[in-house]
Design a protein around this ligand. Structure first.
Ligand SMILES: Cc1ncc(C[n+]2csc(CCOP(=O)(O)OP(=O)(O)O)c2C)c(N)n1
Ligand SMILES: [Mg+2]
Length: 655
């Protein structure tokens, strides 16, 4: 370890601490403790090119401990990304390029939004899966055109989260040998010492999950960290490098939890400078540091990418067809222009929408070679699985990922796959267990990431399994999530369009729900209507005064109720509203046409009533948990028959 390394690390420490103090907010502990880790990784290993931040074969770096954002911004600044000193000085300020936690799409070089602990490390597994799949698909002897590492910096908190263990367990099983996790092991967390909460052996724990474990006893020694990363690269398993660091190194309260998340007072900054024997400029990097990063990160990255470009050019001449295909993957050029051969269903036939969803996924897998995914040990129930066999070391081109019962990691992994580029991830489970993966959907929504989340058994019509398996409030949860398209199709036609919308868009995640039970395929549904989120599916012969709004498995029942009412002279129109998200985007004229102000409007859904009050005066919903019983009793018991719905309308009209 040379003196320039020490100078760089101390500059990172001091400027990071000063940024946080200036912002009056942030987490100095990890910045001071983990600076040597990121310095070593960036100056000796990572291949990135700030001039081409989306260079396909770059190494991916994930700051899973997102509270260390100041340190990441420092690295990005010194590595030549579009982040100025001014931006660093505006850390955490309104409108700045340097928000509290790293935000994907906000600043170049941030590979993923992190902050909720456990998510980053779990998504990194998806990135490593994507890399291994694409490498297996495109690499040829002498042409490793997809060949990069996925690096993670995580802390104690990341590894305490359950999601990380789900993801690590799967990563070990899948032998993701190019995944390297650098663990900032400082024995301290926000509320105190880690030993107050943990009594476990990380080495044994990870080795038991088929990981390679390496320990670095002195986290201030770049050469030891460097050697560990070199070792990790040789492993045929994913590697965790446990690096013993001191939280808040150099600060008067180093080694204590008080340094974790409180800006340091000016006096402590002075003490820090003294303790580190550092007297560089305030909020500025010494020239030697900038030069070192220019030579060891920027120039190296540039060179790596130009080497790669040459390799790709040679690949192009030798394997032209594969090259053309590679470009399609790289630029996501697969389009759903012609879907005329999509499976079709006769009007009047009956099928569950989950079976239709499964058939459409199978169909789309033939059209879109870049989609990959699977279910959380439920593919025989959700009907959703990927194509080409089970993905794994013996079949890296399998597009069916068997996630096991690991819903949370599954969703985060899907995000990682999609973030990596080249592939698009989808996953599936029982709707009630969407509770287990919601935080990862939320991150996809924040990132505007088009991950696809498919769920079956979307109402209490699950039946016998009882309230633990009967979703009630889950639709409310997802519909209230900004930037998330929740589609609840009523039949095969609506399901087909839902799936096309999900796989066609690039700016938001989609949640599609499906029924367990068979539903009639209706004559009145159509794709154009689904695109608008809501549309009229039944119009009485005489002018309507009432509008009934429904979706999913309750749509046909609601139509039947409207038909009954018409016979009694009560004229109700019925609107199918599979997607509130898409309907909200329509013009005011269209909204008025579908949901006229002067109509009495009642929504019908076998789920929590809350989301519907935005559109309806009255909601015929379910605001209690279900109970275990065969499905044939459910509609009767909970009043979801055409007769009961019609009776409520009459009650409302006082007839
Ligand atoms: C899911 C989640 N829970 C809680 C937090 C709040 N939080 C941020 S950092 C942190 C402590 C984590 O400890 P560690 O990873 O050891 O970080 P260190 O204190 O060493 O920097 C907590 C509880 C969070 N960001 N995400
Ligand atoms: Mg810690």
């Amino acid at each position: 370890m040379s003196s320039i390394d020490t100078l760089c690390i101390n500059a990172l420490r001091v400027v990071g601490a000063e940024m946080i103090t200036k912002a009056k907010s942030g987490h100095p502990g990890i910045v001071l403790g983990a600076a040597p880790i990121l310095h070593t990784l960036f100056t000796r290993h990572i291949n990135i090119n700030p001039e081409d931040d989306k260079w396909f074969n770059r190494d991916r770096f994930i700051l899973s401990a997102g509270h260390g954002s100041a340190l990441l911004y420092e690295m990005l600044h010194l590595s030549g990304y579009d982040l100025s000193m001014e931006d660093l000085k505006n850390f955490r300020q309104k409108g700045s390029k340097t928000p509290g936690h790293p935000e994907y799409g906000h600043v170049k070089g941030v590979e993923i939004t992190t902050g909720p602990l456990g998510q980053g490390i779990s998504s990194s597994v998806g990135m490593a899966i994507a890399e291994s799949f694409l490498a297996a698909k495109f690499n040829k002897p002498k042409y490793d055109i997809v060949d990069h590492y996925t690096y993670v910096l995580c802390g104690d908190g990341d590894l305490q989260e359950g999601i990380s263990m789900e993801a690590a367990s799967l990563a070990g099983h899948l032998n993701l040998k190019k995944l390297i996790v650098l663990y900032d092991s400082n024995d301290v967390q926000l509320d105190g010492d880690v030993e107050q909460t943990n009594t476990e052996n990380i080495k044994m724990k990870f080795e038991a999950m088929n990981w390679n474990y390496i320990k670095v006893v002195d986290g201030n020694n770049c050469d030891s960290i460097d050697n560990a990363i070199k070792e990790a690269k040789k492993s045929n398993k994913p590697t965790i490098v446990e690096i013993k660091t001191v939280i808040g190194y150099g600060a008067p309260n180093s080694g204590e939890s008080s340094v974790h998340g409180k800006p340091m007072p000016e006096d402590d900054i002075k003490a820090l400078r003294k303790n580190l024997s550092y007297n560089g400029p305030v909020l500025e990097y010494p020239e030697e540091v900038k030069k070192f990063y220019k030579e060891n990160v920027i120039d190296r990255g540039n060179e790596e990418e130009s080497n790669w470009n040459e390799l790709l050019a040679d690949y192009r001449s030798e394997y032209n067809a594969e090259y053309e295909e590679f470009l399609k993957f790289m630029y996501n050029e697969f389009k759903l222009d012609d879907v005329s051969d999509m499976p079709k269903y006769e009007v009047g036939s009956e099928e569950s929408t989950r079976k239709e969803m499964g058939k459409y996924i199978d169909y789309l897998s033939t059209k879109l070679p870049n989609i990959i995914g699977g279910s959380a040990d439920l593919s025989s129930s959700t009907m959703v699985k990927g194509a080409d066999g089970i993905y794994g070391p013996s079949n890296p081109l399998g597009r069916n990922i068997k996630f096991g019962v690991r819903e949370h990691a599954m969703a985060a992994i899907i995000n990682g796959i999609t973030l990596h580029g080249g592939l698009r991830g989808f996953c599936a489970g029982f709707f009630v267990f969407s509770d287990y993966l919601k935080p990862a959907v939320r991150l996809a929504s924040i990132m505007k990431l088009p991950s696809i989340f498919l769920f079956s058994h979307d109402t209490i019509c699950v039946g016998e399994d009882g309230p633990t398996h009967q979703p009630v409030e889950q639709l409310t949860m997802f519909r209230s999530m900004p930037n998330t398209n929740v589609i609840r199709p009523a039949d095969a036609k609506e399901m087909a369009e839902a799936m096309l919308l999900a796989f066609d868009n690039n700016t938001y995640p989609t949640v599609v729900t499906s029924s367990r039970q068979g539903l009639p395929n209706l004559a009145c549904t159509n794709a154009e209507g689904v695109k608008k989120g809501a549309y009229v599916v039944f119009e009485p012969k005489k002018a309507a005064k009432v509008t009934l709004i429904s979706c999913g498995s309750e749509l046909f029942i609601t139509i039947n109720a409207a038909k009954m009412l018409e016979e009694e002279g009560i004229n109700c129109k019925v609107v199918s509203m599979p997607s509130m998200f898409l309907f909200d985007k329509q013009s005011n004229e269209y909204k008025e046409e579908i949901l006229p102000k002067k109509h009495l409007k009642m929504a019908v859904e076998l789920g929590a009533s809350m989301p519907w009050y935005k559109y309806a005066d009255e909601v015929y919903g379910l605001d209690e948990f279900g109970a275990s019983m065969p499905i044939k009793y459910i509609h009767e018991t909970y009043g979801f028959t055409a007769e009961a719905i019609a009776a409520r309308v009459k009650e409302l009209l006082n007839k």
